[in-house]
Unconditional design. Structure first.
Lengths: 124, 418
């Protein structure tokens, strides 16, 4: 039996996973998402990553981004490397794609803010 | 126009929600923000996990804030940014708000005032660390500002003191950007942050968490060169002989948040020692008629969803505010309750469905929240566990308890089985 903590929501349920050959029994979860999380965590752990990309703007030097869906946990630093290689020069909007199909993982890196497209005051 | 029904001070998630709700309820609203754009601290909280309760989606901070900013703008609500409030005065029929910005000074009048001024981080001076004063000692929020808004990595090899959520989030963020996080040190015997953050921010990246340890000294002239770590006893006093020196170029502090209420205090608003925010009734009106409080200025929240909720409660009440005599009774914190909101009820108001937020003062398992009125049990709710880092929210019908202004209403926790 393996104990893991569910990271899907702030409840942070303590899950017990029992593996009998091919089947897995999950207990301790308050909802269905906990069971899905436990099975994925045991077979192919997935994570979201959020970061920033450089821009060509002096007043807004970085734009926040995230992956559009979870990526394999062991690809986190490879994806970070891709993110750190980008400089945004267009006034991208929230949800716009920054890197399409990053490393062929089937997910995009998307902008998470309209900051480049809204009228700005002076930086303080 | 200088006259408004409602003026909201603070353009973070609480203030945005309050302004939007007040406007929807028909009030003329203006919001005042000291930074150059709306969104508050969420602008730099680029990690995800916001909005799970409200939107059932995992949003990043900017995405969550901008949903509200879009609605705020579509409703045509006026906002003054880069504007500071210098003074608030009570008048015969409301409040006078004195401000200063690049256009000069101005005075605005309002019938009701919503204080959504958020909270501040505790600093190194408030946790009594000895030694020199080199650069490289940051609060977690400052490190987050450098990393996520300015795009500058503030450290190469750092130590984090305090296991609050922002510290845990920054441990992961700095690691992703190539900084070596040597460890998170927590003086208490249990972590301060949410369990899921211990797992997804520390365990995922093999960052060690040292409980019952603290930083006792810093070294370095121009820049931080090392910190001294000591074990602490159960009263959080350093144990002699346990010191060790850890070389690092930054010390990042995540040692707690304090509601920011300087403006409230100048208005004579009574403060609560449990929440460090104003004493409020069920509509989130403070002890001064016409002044409302919400968000992290009211009490430090762990979920922004509840910050927005309290903003909406305060905004709706501010829009509906008319001078009326209140008939109040206090809600008292008893054994096991660290903080409780609201702290009083207006028996002339509606008390059928009051949203109550509380934190326990210790980790307890198999327990109940118990409410007594004049010593008699009136309410009980079971919990598998209560932990101080996790705020609990519930809705209680107080109208059934036969309350009078003289009732003694006590909230306690009780262990149901060992």
């Amino acid at each position: 039996m393996k104990e893991i903590v569910c990271i899907v929501c702030p409840n942070g349920c303590a899950l017990n996973v029992e593996q009998n050959g091919e089947t897995m029994t999950v207990s301790g979860n308050k909802c269905k998402r906990g069971e899905e999380f436990a099975v994925t965590e045991m077979t192919k752990p997935m994570r979201t990553i959020c970061s920033t990309v450089k821009t060509n703007r002096a007043d807004i030097p970085v734009l926040p981004v995230r992956v559009s869906a979870d990526i394999p946990k062991d690809k986190i630093f490879a994806v970070m490397n891709e993110i750190n290689g980008v400089t945004v020069t267009e006034p991208l909007r929230r949800g716009d794609i920054v890197i399409k199909n990053v490393l062929g993982l089937g997910v995009d890196v998307i902008a998470t803010s309209d900051v480049l497209s809204i009228n700005q005051g002076e930086m303080i | 126009m200088n006259n408004y029904d409602v003026i909201v001070i603070g353009g973070g998630p609480a203030g945005l929600a309050a302004a939007i709700q007040a406007k929807k309820d028909g009030a003329e609203v203006m919001l005042i923000e000291r930074e150059n754009r709306l969104g508050g601290i969420l602008k730099q909280c680029i990690h995800d996990g916001f909005g799970l309760v409200r939107f059932e989606e995992k949003l990043s901070g900017p995405e969550y804030a901008e949903r509200f900013i879009d609605e705020f703008n579509s409703l045509g609500i006026k906002a003054l940014t880069l504007t500071f409030v210098t003074k608030i005065a009570k008048t015969a029929d409301g409040f006078e708000i004195h401000i200063v910005n690049r256009k000069g000074t101005a005075v605005y009048n309002c019938n009701a005032l919503v204080l959504a001024t958020g909270c501040r981080e505790r600093t190194a001076k408030q946790v009594f660390i000895h030694g020199t004063r080199p650069s490289g000692v940051f609060t977690a929020g400052t490190a987050q500002h450098f990393t996520n808004l300015l795009g500058e990595l503030p450290a190469k090899k750092c130590v984090i003191l305090g296991s609050g959520d922002i510290g845990l989030i920054m441990a992961r963020r700095l690691t992703l950007e190539g900084c070596k996080v040597l460890g998170v040190y927590e003086a208490k015997p249990t972590p301060s942050g949410l369990t899921r953050n211990i797992h997804q921010c520390l365990n995922d990246y093999d960052i060690p968490l040292y409980l019952s340890h603290t930083v006792t000294r810093v070294f370095g002239d121009e820049r931080l060169e090392a910190v001294e770590i000591s074990q602490v006893d159960e009263k959080m006093r350093p144990i002699a002989g346990t010191q060790k020196t850890v070389e690092c170029d930054a010390l990042i502090l995540s040692v707690g948040l304090i509601p920011e209420n300087e403006l409230a205090e100048t208005l004579g608003v009574e403060m609560d020692s449990g929440t460090k925010g104003p004493v409020c009734d069920e509509k989130l009106m403070t002890t001064v008629d016409g002044i409302f409080s919400c968000g992290n200025a009211l009490h430090v929240n762990d979920l922004v969803d509840y910050v927005s909720e309290s903003g909406e409660t305060a905004g709706a009440a501010a829009a509906a505010y008319k001078k009326a005599k209140r008939r109040t009774v206090r809600l008292e914190r008893g054994n096991g309750i660290m903080s409780l909101v609201p702290q009083m009820l207006d028996l002339n108001g509606t008390t059928e469905a009051v949203t109550v937020y509380f934190r326990s003062s210790a980790v307890v398992n198999n327990c109940s929240l118990k409410i007594t009125v004049d010593g008699k049990d009136v309410f009980r709710k079971k919990y598998a566990f209560l932990r101080p880092p996790e705020m609990e929210r519930l809705v209680i019908d107080f109208s059934a308890f036969g309350l009078t202004p003289d009732s003694k209403i006590l909230f306690e926790t009780e262990v149901t089985e060992k």
